[in-house]
Every structure is written in structure tokens, then in C-alpha cells.
Design a binder for this molecule. Sequence first.
Ligand SMILES: NC(=O)c1ccc[n+]([C@@H]2O[C@H](COP(=O)([O-])OP(=O)(O)OC[C@H]3O[C@@H](n4cnc5c(N)ncnc54)[C@H](OP(=O)(O)O)[C@@H]3O)[C@@H](O)[C@H]2O)c1
Length: 256
Amino acid sequence: MIVGFIGSGNMAAAMARGWAASANGPTQMLFTDSGSGRATALADEVEGRAVDSNENLVEGADFVVLAMKPKDLADVAASIPSPFAVMSLLGGTALATLFEQFPDSTVIRLMPNLAVETGRGVIAAAHPQESDPKVIADGLALLESLGKVVELDDSLMDAATAVMGCSPAYFAVVADALAKAGIEDGLEPEDALTMVAETLSGTAELLKRRTPFEIQVAVASPGGSTEAGLEALAAGGAAEAFEQAAISSLRRMREG
Ligand SMILES: NC(=O)c1ccc[n+]([C@@H]2O[C@H](COP(=O)([O-])OP(=O)(O)OC[C@H]3O[C@@H](n4cnc5c(N)ncnc54)[C@H](OP(=O)(O)O)[C@@H]3O)[C@@H](O)[C@H]2O)c1
């Protein structure tokens, strides 16, 4: 399976790195950019191939990944032949909008998060019921090598984006704050960040077995140090701040 990326920025790079490290990724990856040279750099890194135009990329690819910004959709669509199959990463861009541009293509709308680079990403995916089942199955199989695929109705993709597309950045804020606190108290920066990262990873596993409330209760014995920390988080409005982060990102997506 040959996958062509229109756009070679942050998310294209994360997906391409994840696929390059997977035994079940594409047989070849093609890349374009709008002139920055990022396509060549990424192609060199993942042993893919930079292509001189979007038109040539579409002609050589089984799946075309739209990995430019949503504002570039109309220009890109106008400049290429109708792709056979499209995976769109474009935030806040509904299937109906994609079909206006690519009426003859099989289209899967995706929302991956940056962790696809590690093969431990989350990929929300929406596609119309009437799509070619073989093409959809091939596309979803490719995506499964990048992490957990969650199939959703198109109407839920923005909500999914707010909780899983943006949230690696939010967890990074938490990791940075906790690591800094440890460093100020004498830990080596590398040790502090490793411990926070492994704690995040272990807590993610725990969340598959216990509810968030059960974890809080199990860690925070009455009158203990975790309880003091949770009280400080509550006083600082931490939970409300995270909720507000998701609401703000949804609002921004819907403003277009
Ligand atoms: N970053 C994330 O975590 C994330 C998460 C989920 C979804 N997304 C979605 O992924 C898409 C890309 O986001 P990003 O963060 O990767 O953006 P980015 O780093 O700004 O990359 C955009 C890429 O598109 C290229 N491009 C622009 N116009 C083009 C054209 N006409 N033909 C070919 N390439 C063109 C740019 O070329 P140059 O290199 O020449 O500028 C650049 O390589 C967005 O639609 C976003 O909604 C991103």
C-alpha cells in the first residue's frame, strides 16, 4: 500500500515515523510540502520519497493523506486529480465538506494525536456507511499500526478532537510542572522527567482497570501528602481549567 502525504508538517511527521517503525505500515510513503523543504527532510528520515507536485503524489498513491491546514483544502483540491482514497487530518472539517471537494473518492476523516509517532496514538475515524468496505478496511488496518482506532459518527469528531487530539499538549503541561517541582527540590532534570513520564504511562494502564475516582481514593490516604496535593489542585481550579481547555478548543474548531 502506497500512502502519499500532502503536507509534511508535525502530524504528517508523527504518522510517518509511526508507520516507518511498524511492520504493518505502508510499503512506501510519498511527501509534498508548499516549498519549505520539509517533504525532502521527512522522506529522508523515514526512507520515503519527496514528490515534486501534489498531482504526481495523487497519481502514485493508494491513499492520499490530507496533512496540510484546513484553510488550504480548496486550493489543494482544485490542483489535483480526484484521489482514489483520502484520509483527511483536517481539524474541524466535516465529511460533507470533504465530499464537496472529492465527490468520487472514498474518504475517511481522521483525528490522530501526536502519540501515533510511538505506535501508541489514538485515532478517531469517521466514514460514511455507504463507503467501499474494502477500502475502509484497508485504511483502518493501516491506522491500527499507529495505535487505538476509535470509529465515531462524523458529528462526534470535534468532541473527540477536544479530548484526544489536543490533550497530549495538556498532559505535557502537567508533566512539565511536576518535573519542575522535582527539579527545584533537587532531582536531576532527566530523572524527574523520566519518573513523571513513567507515572503518566502507568496511570494510563491503571485507567483501563479503575475509574479516575478510584485511583484518586487509592493514592490519597486521609490526611496524607497526596490529599494535600489534591486540595491544592482543587483550590487552584485545576479540574475546571482542564474542562475549560477542552471547551475552548471545541469553540476554536467550530469558529473555523
Ligand atoms: N499537530 C497536531 O497535533 C495535529 C493533531 C491532529 C490533527 N492535525 C491536523 O493535521 C493537519 C496538519 O497540521 P500540522 O500541525 O502538521 O501543520 P503544519 O506543521 O503547519 O504542516 C502543514 C504542512 O502542510 C504543507 N502545505 C501547505 N499547503 C500545501 C500545499 N498546497 N501543498 C502541499 N503541502 C502544503 C506545509 O508546507 P510547508 O512545510 O512548505 O510549510 C506543511 O508541510 C491540520 O489540518 C491539523 O488540523 C494536527
